[in-house]
Design a protein around this ligand. Structure first.
Ligand code: NAP
Length: 252
């Protein structure tokens, strides 16, 4: 998997999986736009890419805001001359049942996890069409494939992102734009650590993870490998796929 000459945007690249994806794509030769809310964390990702000999720039975005999504794509085109790869990875989580979820929380999860994917694609696709094609990889979740207790808004948002991925794949296949999703299970990231801290019963949560068939959570780099594959020319006949990268959770 080589990305020499390719330009990639990775959202949520200041942390966790987004950072791992940005580092891997850059290592393989892509010029990377690190798009995230958090400037210091994103500058750290950019610095790591540059220290490793790669090329990256930071743009501050809230993926739920249309003007930010449009500016993010324009930034990639202005700085690097076009756009080939979009990784819609930014996302937020909430451990709550439907009755415990207030409307504001519901709206925010939908705005970031579903609308953010829609907006990224809305502005990236025309730029990709000008290059004759491209690849979009959305970080969905096993929570986009089945229900999990105490995750009403998150489950619904990831279900939306999953079907949006499939829908987009149909509309843009003939334009040479492939749209796929990765569905991680549990990954060792700051999001997971925060989730454990705010969960009502962290011990029960940790115990439930012992049931992961592979017997451990994933490292962000393991998810990045799957994203890079789906973004690469080696996956040229793959579109509309939601790939579990979950240590076997969805097998059971
Ligand atoms: P993370 O460590 O929290 O990193 C997410 C990054 O996205 C953070 O830098 C965050 O910035 C940024 N972000 C949040 N909202 C944003 C917005 N509106 N606009 C731009 N950037 C925003 O999370 P992660 O665990 O790497 O998760 C990455 C993706 O994987 C998410 O879509 C998540 O739902 C999904 N996922 C995670 C797991 C897991 O086990 N961790 C499993 C399945 C799927 P701030 O820190 O400033 O908020």
């Amino acid at each position: 998997m080589q990305f020499s000459g390719k330009v990639a945007i990775v959202t949520g690249a200041g942390s966790g999986m987004g950072r791992a994806i940005a580092l891997l794509l850059a290592k393989r030769g892509a010029r990377v736009v690190v798009a995230d809310l958090d400037p210091p964390a994103s500058q750290e990702t950019v610095a790591r890419i540059r220290d490793a000999g790669g090329d990256a720039r930071y743009v501050q975005v809230d993926v739920s805001r249309p003007e930010d999504a449009e500016r993010m794509v324009a930034f990639a085109v202005e700085e690097f001359g076009g756009l080939d790869i979009l990784c819609n990875n930014a996302g937020i989580n909430l451990a709550a049942s439907a009755t415990e979820t207030d409307e504001e929380q519901w709206d925010r999860l939908m705005a970031v996890n579903v609308k953010g994917v829609f907006l990224g694609c809305k502005y990236a696709i025309p730029a990709m069409q000008r290059r004759g094609g491209g690849a979009i990889v959305n970080t969905v979740s096993t929570a986009g494939l089945r229900g999990f207790p105490n995750m009403a808004a998150y489950n619904a948002s990831k279900g939306g992102a999953a079907l949006l991925t499939r829908q987009l794949a149909l509309d843009y296949a003939r334009a040479g734009i492939r749209v796929n999703g990765v569905c991680p299970g549990v990954v060792d990231t700051p999001m997971t650590r925060r989730f454990m801290e705010t969960h009502g019963d962290p011990e029960a949560l940790a115990k439930s993870w012992e049931a992961i068939p592979i017997g451990r959570m994933a490292q962000p780099e393991e998810i990045a490998q799957a994203v890079a594959f789906l973004a690469s020319d080696e996956a040229g006949y793959i579109t509309g796929v939601l790939l579990p990268v979950d240590g076997g959770i969805m097998a059971g």
